[in-house]
Write a protein of this length. Structure first.
Length: 265
């Protein structure tokens, strides 16, 4: 899932339903073309994250809410103690169902799994409910096995974890987002410090930062410290600073504005 799609899910989770014209007004102000937003909504609907009972009105589904909850809870794991257990998904999806196989792989990676071998995915954190919902939504219950336990042979070192989870790509994203935050976003945030700022201006800043944070939420597996090199503490400290700025922005949006229902409590 793209971060903008995750953000649209979040907005719908706050209000229950949203008209496509409302989404277009918001995202056109952020520079997104109407065709892009319509395509994103189409993908979300196809994957079961939203439904559209009435013409041009979209509503988040239980699957969409559970996906949001799972992805948004990932950063909390960074400070959790790991019990050393591994959670393994073994998938044998036929070539004829390649699209479903690719969708399963994409979902597992965003949940924090890494591919150990072909069709074998591991995660130090347990999220069997999320896996079950994903598998059920794809109709692959007969092709997937989920097991948990200790790894007796072939322990995962930080160096091996870097390969399994392709952490060099995640680090590159952290460097890119932090540079954007310091050089582009913070100056905008500092200029938006007066009482004359419009709720819309603050809301657009809120969405911009939220999308950057979502990119990190989706790609970073949030591994326990035992599986990471020391540099990751610095990356996650920067993520926490961005999350705190996001929360502070939410508090600056007036409670009686049109945009208040869309921000975190």
């Amino acid at each position: 899932m793209l971060s903008v799609e995750k953000q649209m899910l979040f907005l719908m989770s706050r209000t229950g339903k949203m008209n496509i014209q409302e989404l277009l007004r918001i995202y056109e102000k952020r520079g997104y073309a109407p065709t892009y937003i319509r395509s994103s909504l189409s993908r979300l609907k196809k994957e079961g994250y939203v439904i559209s009972h009435a013409r041009s009105v979209y509503q988040i589904t239980d699957l969409g809410r559970s996906f949001l909850a799972s992805i948004n809870s990932k950063p909390l794991r960074v400070r959790e103690a790991w019990d050393g257990r591994w959670h393994v998904v073994m998938a044998g999806v036929p070539e004829a169902q390649r699209r479903k196989r690719d969708a399963l792989r994409a979902g597992l990676l965003q949940f924090g799994f890494g591919m150990l071998y072909n069709g074998v995915y591991i995660n130090p954190w347990s999220n069997i409910d999320d896996v079950n919902r994903l598998v059920d939504s794809l109709g692959l219950s007969g092709c997937v096995t989920f097991v948990s336990g200790m790894m007796e042979i072939g322990s995962i070192t930080p160096q091996l974890a870097e390969k399994i989870w392709q952490l060099e790509k995640v680090e590159a994203l952290y460097r890119d987002k932090w540079q954007w935050y310091q050089t582009e976003f913070e100056p905008l945030l500092q200029r938006a410090g007066g009482q004359e700022d419009s709720p819309l201006e603050l809301f657009l800043l809120y969405l911009s930062l939220g999308e950057a944070v979502s990119d990190l939420f989706l790609l970073d597996p949030m591994l326990p410290e035992e599986l990471l090199t020391p540099v990751w503490e610095e990356h996650h400290d920067k993520l926490e600073k961005m999350i705190e700025a996001y929360r502070q922005l939410a508090g600056r949006i007036p409670g009686d504005s049109l945009y208040a229902p869309f921000v975190v409590d």
